[in-house]
Design a protein around this ligand. Structure first.
Ligand SMILES: [Zn+2]
Length: 318
């Protein structure tokens, strides 16, 4: 789990610390079967950048599913001196998913929204952790689906519970894609919290792993042209989690950059505050965030969608 705040999440933190002290084997984020993705051609940053100028062919819509409130310490690294000037307080976080309609390849959902059924599949500690977050559901993925075309595929930014939960409400025949290495990331936290991604993925076919290769331009960890037509790109952004993936969508109304939790808050994007991640992942997390920020700064036509908040001045629609 990612967003254990200092306020409401405190009892869970204690549980996690206890688990770490007791030791035991680190467990992977997921034991769900894996297979290499059948989509995505390895490409490079300069090809992605060239695609921004071409007219978009897909539509893009962000959908809000839920909201929670947590202490800032869940989002910025309070042990890092750079965060010292940020006052104590809570952050409002939103769970979003994104719907992309491609004229040839159909509907794609980026992340999955939320399901009212997920809690029943979680272990006791994870259920308590979610309860501590006081997640207020605005609409479930099942409610959103009512009267909608179901997605033909789901592209995940990563496997944390607040991004995979809506899979419970989608047809289990839907192919699900995720960044390479995401499922294999080992942590004792996964042992305690019982791999919520696997609970959400129950009944699904194997997770399809994006086959990233190093970006020859050196600007990203890896870049894939998902359909080979420049409409949707996957960008490897490790750090927040091992396989964190951002998506660039060349929509009819301009390019959209879904960064996932590589940068989840305005504090992270606008004030460059580091997020709380394991020591071993800190350098990757900062590099990924910096690469995304420089890309956006170089391409002002790109609208940026942060993991759990709206950019300043961005309409908080739907
Ligand atoms: Zn996360």
């Amino acid at each position: 789990m990612s967003h254990h705040g200092q306020g409401r999440g405190a009892p869970i933190i204690a549980g996690l610390v206890l688990a770490a002290l007791l030791g035991g084997c680190a467990t992977p984020a997921s034991r769900h079967p894996l297979t290499p993705a059948d989509l995505g051609a390895a490409s490079r940053a300069s090809a992605l950048e060239a695609s921004l100028a071409r007219p978009g062919v897909v539509t893009f819509e962000r959908v809000r599913f839920a909201q929670w409130t947590a202490g800032r310490g869940g989002f910025i690294d309070r042990k890092d001196p750079r965060t010292a000037a940020v006052p104590k307080g809570d952050e409002e976080a939103t769970i979003y998913a994104y719907v992309v309609d491609h004229p040839r390849f159909g509907r794609v959902m980026i992340d999955s929204g939320v399901s009212a059924e997920l809690a029943g599949r979680l272990n006791r500690l994870m259920r308590r952790a979610v309860a501590d977050l006081d997640v207020r559901i605005e609409r479930t993925t099942a409610q959103w689906l009512d009267g909608q075309t179901p997605p033909r595929m789901v592209f995940l930014t990563h496997l944390h519970f607040d991004h995979v939960g809506g899979l419970v409400d989608l047809p289990v025949t839907t192919p699900v894609y995720v960044g390479a290495g995401e499922a294999q990331e080992r942590s004792r936290v996964n042992l305690v919290l019982g791999r919520p991604a696997d609970a959400a993925l129950r009944g699904y076919g194997p997770l399809r792993e994006w086959r990233f290769e190093p970006d020859p331009d050196g600007r990203f960890a890896g870049v894939l042209d998902i359909f080979g037509d420049g409409s949707i790109w996957a960008i490897s952004t490790p750090g927040h989690s091992a396989g964190s993936t951002a998506y660039l969508v060349n929509a009819v109304d301009g390019p959209k950059l879904v960064v996932g939790d590589a940068v989840s808050t305005r504090l992270g994007w606008e004030q460059r505050m580091p997020q709380p991640v394991a020591a071993a992942a800190r350098a990757d997390a900062e590099a990924s965030a910096e690469r995304l920020r420089s890309f956006a700064a170089a391409h002002p036509t790109v609208t940026v969608f942060l993991g759990h908040q709206s950019r300043m001045g961005q309409a908080e629609a739907r």
